[in-house]
Design a protein around this ligand. Structure first.
Ligand code: NDP
Length: 435
């Protein structure tokens, strides 16, 4: 905390890991006296740079760009880019730190990183977004590469932005390589990558429910967010027979008492991805729904809750409400959406709870599969990628059970994910010496 005291999100993420990993280190002599956690919390490199760009009216703007290269013990740095006005070093360090453990859990050879900018793509024209992305990449390109650091999308960075970023990288470096993931299908992208985080979250929740002989069929599901992760979590939950009741964005949530079926979800995807509209527009079209301005959806009674918007979007009181209303399973699609008090409540009530680093790892896992396809210069079929994704999510679930099951049979997935992720990275760091 002395060195990072001004970075609350980063401290929060480290605290959650330290709580479970320090007792494990204490019981295992090989990690003792090696200051391994202290080494893990210091980024190997943190790059911050100026991004100047010109808007449609000829006015010059300056944003701050970042890349946090957190840990490369088990592979090239890998992690998304976030474009959002709230982006700062604390947020990106928390995300990069989480990414190290998440990538380790996938069993694929990927280190951890994260980056982005305080640029807000909302309300900008396509040309402005393009000019920003190009300006951002003119600096970032010297720090990344297919064997060094492979960024991807995150909040505010989707297929459009990845295209602009890739175009400028290719132009400057004069090489066509898998330096970014989330690419378009015709230029190196992987089938199932857009779906992977949302699908993976639901696959993980399904594995958790199966430990109690339950599944998604007939369950009421409450989802926050309406971006990439939320959309495909909703799609997979519907395919498994669930009823999806809510979606949200930063202005509020919609509650459709009849359920958001496939047709309504297609409307949301078009609204959000093509028209770049607001979720409140849903209620103008579907009269079975109500819009709740400035509120979050956790008060709607459900069996399963999937927070898929952003960090710290579910507090202790909201967790109590979910539990009181009969929620049996919470799986995080977003990164760190549950505040520490909420996690405490879920564990105290002994309901199923999966932290994002386990349940949303399907996105980066499929990015890893995209990297493999790029290296081999082949494309796997949809079914091949989906099967691998399912297999990886089941393996992550098994690892969580292995390290997280308590004596009374309750699985603490936070503990399981942290320790399983830690062991692989720590062992690699020990083998590589003090560097
Ligand atoms: P998108 O930009 O596609 O969607 C983000 C959604 O969250 C939007 O509905 C957005 O609303 C909402 N949101 C963003 N910031 C806030 C805020 N401060 N308060 C309330 N709502 C907010 O991003 P993704 O779906 O890709 O990412 C969502 C989460 O999932 C993030 O935590 C991300 O780190 C995590 N994640 C994403 C992965 C991926 O593959 N995309 C992989 C693993 C994790 P609005 O439109 O109003 O901004």
């Amino acid at each position: 905390t002395t060195r990072n005291g001004h970075e609350p999100e980063f401290i929060q993420a480290v605290h959650e890991v330290a709580e479970t990993v320090i007792p494990y280190i204490a019981k295992h002599d090989i990690y003792n006296g090696k200051n391994i956690l202290l080494r893990m919390v210091e980024p190997e490199r943190l790059i911050s740079f100026r991004v100047s760009w010109v808007d449609d009216n000829g006015e010059i703007h300056v944003n701050r760009g970042y890349r946090v290269q957190m840990n490369s013990a088990i592979g090239p740095y890998k992690g998304g880019l976030r474009f959002h006005p709230t982006v700062n070093a604390s947020i990106l360090k928390f995300l990069a730190f989480e990414q190290v453990f998440k990538n380790s859990l996938t069993t694929l050879p990927m280190g951890g990183g994260k980056g982005g900018s305080d640029f807000d793509p909302k309300g900008k024209s396509d040309d402005e977004v393009m000019r920003f992305c190009h300006a951002f990449m003119t600096e970032l390109c010297r720090h990344i590469g297919p064997n060094t650091d492979v960024p991807a999308g995150d909040i505010g960075v989707g297929a459009r932005e990845i295209g602009f970023l890739f175009g400028m990288y290719k132009k400057i470096r004069n090489e066509f390589t898998g330096v970014l993931t989330g690419k378009g299908l015709s230029w190196g992208g992987s089938l199932i990558r857009p779906e992977a985080t949302g699908y993976g979250t639901v696959y993980f929740a399904q594995s958790m429910m199966q430990t109690q002989g339950k599944d998604f069929s007939g369950k009421n599901v409450v989802i926050s967010g309406s971006g990439n992760v939320a959309q495909f979590a909703a799609e997979k939950a519907l395919q498994l027979g669930a009823k999806v009741l809510t979606l949200s964005d930063s202005e509020g949530f919609i509650h459709d008492k009849d359920g958001i079926n496939e047709e309504k979800l297609a409307f949301v995807m078009d609204l959000k991805n093509n028209k770049r509209g607001r979720i409140s527009e849903y209620v103008e079209k579907y009269k079975s729904a109500t819009f709740h301005k400035g509120e979050r959806p956790w008060g709607v009674a459900c069996d399963v809750a999937l927070p898929c918007a952003t960090q710290n979007e579910l507090n202790g009181e909201e967790a109590k409400t979910l539990i009181k209303n009969g929620c049996i399973c919470v799986a995080e699609g977003a990164n760190m959406p549950s505040m520490p008090e909420a996690i405490y409540e879920f564990h105290d009530a002994k309901i199923l709870f999966a932290p994002g680093k386990a349940s949303n790892a399907g996105g980066v896992a499929t990015s890893g599969l995209e990297m493999s396809q790029n290296s081999l210069r082949i494309s796997w079929t949809r079914a091949e990628v989906d099967d691998r994704l399912k297999g990886i999510m089941e393996d992550i679930h098994d690892s969580c059970i292995q390290y997280g099951k308590d004596e009374d049979g309750y699985c603490n997935y936070v503990k399981g994910a942290n320790i399983a992720g830690f062991v692989k990275v720590a062992d690699a760091m020990l083998a590589q010496g003090v560097i």
